[in-house]
Design a protein around this ligand. Structure first.
Ligand code: NAP
Ligand code: HSE
Length: 436
């Protein structure tokens, strides 16, 4: 049986899971592939760190260059993270005509355009299934399974840590910092967990999904990003009372003059399937013009699920490597010379309904001023609720649900509300999506 040798950059959560699969499930993989896969070399930062997986027979090094320059390695598997050293190493690997498999969404979203071009020049592939939604084979589903459709929109819960936090925060007395610590211990969080909490990780993944969906270049710097750190227990309670769940969604859609790419907390009606995706689970919905709405669900982070996607990519790479390049599935699913150039539009252009929550002085006439500003901005209010503010006895908490309106109008109204002496603290705005 032919042996394909791989070299790993990193053996942490995902790298450890990958070695585990390639050790303990290798006979099943051989039955599928007709070839065997051997991990020849792994680079880590600290050679003295105890490892949870058995590395007997594998060369361990703290010199990353040994992996990308190894003469026997056919596929370099990058599982170390970051966009500095990881990028340099993969450039060397590609120039050395080695295929690349990576779980690094930051690297693909921010530098994928250059890396795919370099891979084409050198006649090799980059595969990155594990970079989006952990164990869910959503890249394959969209790039290949939906290839007969024009994709209308994609929306997803694509950060396991954030969804885990939002789910745990529904439990009485849950503490944000404590819940995040557990997510880190479970191996879900990024090296810098603000990437999870502030939506940067989800924006990396949405950037990739949008490119695959619409056949556009990767444009991370145009993706609007808003985190979940300002969501309060009260917002979660109000959403619940109004029949919604708050989810941290990435949404990519076709807009009037281009495409809209955005990551933000979103209120989703409870009876929509994705509203019931909890814990570390992820779900990606994609609507194709022929298939209609579809949904892909599964664990979005952690060693086993992510390594499952990494190993599937290694197998695909081996299967495709002998095909002429033009017969391989292109990196973004569309031929590189066929990418669309329509722009990613500003968040001000989107139209949705909104949840607005603010603290207002509990005086006669204040509600009239607030609703007057909304009316003057052309925003109609579908629901209003007022109750005593628990934080400040002089204030009332005011919650409004608007009709569907352009974001620019909501921004204008919020700026005016902010200027009122009767409004205290920050005004919370959560976009509402029906995902029908
Ligand atoms: P991790 O647990 O922190 O592991 C990183 C590994 O890279 C460690 O083995 C580390 O060595 C090694 N490393 C880092 N810098 C290095 C350097 N300069 N030289 C040599 N080795 C170096 O990270 P992870 O959670 O597995 O994530 C890896 C990648 O997968 C990231 O791009 C992440 O975004 C992505 N990802 C993670 C998940 C998840 O659930 N964790 C899911 C999907 C995608 P030491 O062990 O010696 O420190
Ligand atoms: N930190 C990421 C998450 C890992 O929580 O979703 C999976 O990409």
């Amino acid at each position: 049986m032919k042996t394909v040798k791989v070299g790993l950059l990193g053996m942490g959560t995902v790298g450890g899971g990958t070695v585990d699969i390639l050790t303990n499930t290798i006979s099943e993989i051989e039955r599928r592939l007709g070839q065997t896969i051997e991990v020849a070399i792994i680079a880590v930062r600290d050679l003295n760190r105890p490892r949870a997986v058995d590395t007997t027979g594998i060369t361990l090094t703290d010199n990353t260059a040994d992996v990308v320059n190894h003469p026997d390695v056919d596929i370099v598997v990058e599982l170390m993270g970051g966009t500095g050293l990881a990028k340099e190493l993969l450039e060397t690997a590609l120039k050395n005509k080695k295929h690349v498999v990576t779980a690094n969404k930051a690297l693909i979203a921010e530098h994928g355009n250059e890396l795919f071009a370099l891979a084409r020049e050198n006649g090799v592939m980059i595969n990155y299934e594990a970079a989006v939604a952990g164990g869910i084979p959503v890249i394959k589903a969209m790039r290949e399974g939906l290839a007969g459709n024009e994709i209308e929109w994609v929306a997803g819960i694509i950060n396991g840590t954030g969804n885990y936090i939002l789910t745990e925060m529904k439990k009485p007395g849950a503490d944000f910092a404590q819940v995040l610590k557990v997510a880190q211990e479970l191996g879900y969080a990024e090296a810098d967990p603000t990437f999870d909490v502030e939506g940067i990780d989800a924006a990396h993944k949405l950037t990739i999904l949008a490119s695959i969906a619409f056949g556009i270049e990767l444009q991370f710097n145009k993706t609007y990003t808003e985190g979940i750190s300002k969501i309060t227990a009260d917002d979660i309670r109000f959403a619940d009372q109004l029949g919604y769940e708050i989810k941290h969604l990435g949404v990519a859609s076709r807009a009037e003059n281009g495409f809209s790419l955005r990551v933000h907390p979103t209120m989703v009606p409870k009876d929509v399937l994705i509203a019931n995706v909890n814990g570390v689970m992820n779900a990606v919905m994609a609507k194709g013009n022929h298939v209609g709405p579809t949904m892909y669900y599964g664990p979005g982070a952690g060693a086993g699920p992510t390594a499952s996607a990494v190993v599937a990519d290694i197998i695909d790479t081996i299967r495709w490597q002998d095909q002429p390049q033009e017969d391989q599935v292109p990196g973004l699913g569309f031929r590189a010379d066929q990418l669309e150039s329509a722009p990613v539009v500003s968040i001000e252009e989107i139209e949705t309904a909104y949840y607005i929550r603010c603290f207002a002085k509990d005086h006669a006439g204040v509600l009239a001023k607030v609703t007057g500003i909304m009316a003057d901005s052309g925003i109609s209010i579908e629901h209003v609720h007022q109750e005593p503010c628990q934080q400040n006895p002089d204030d009332a908490t005011l919650v409004m649900i608007t009709n569907t309106v352009k974001e620019a109008k909501i921004n204008q109204a919020i700026a005016q509300l902010d200027g009122l002496a009767d409004i205290d603290g920050e005004i919370m705005r959560i976009r509402i999506e029906s995902l029908g």
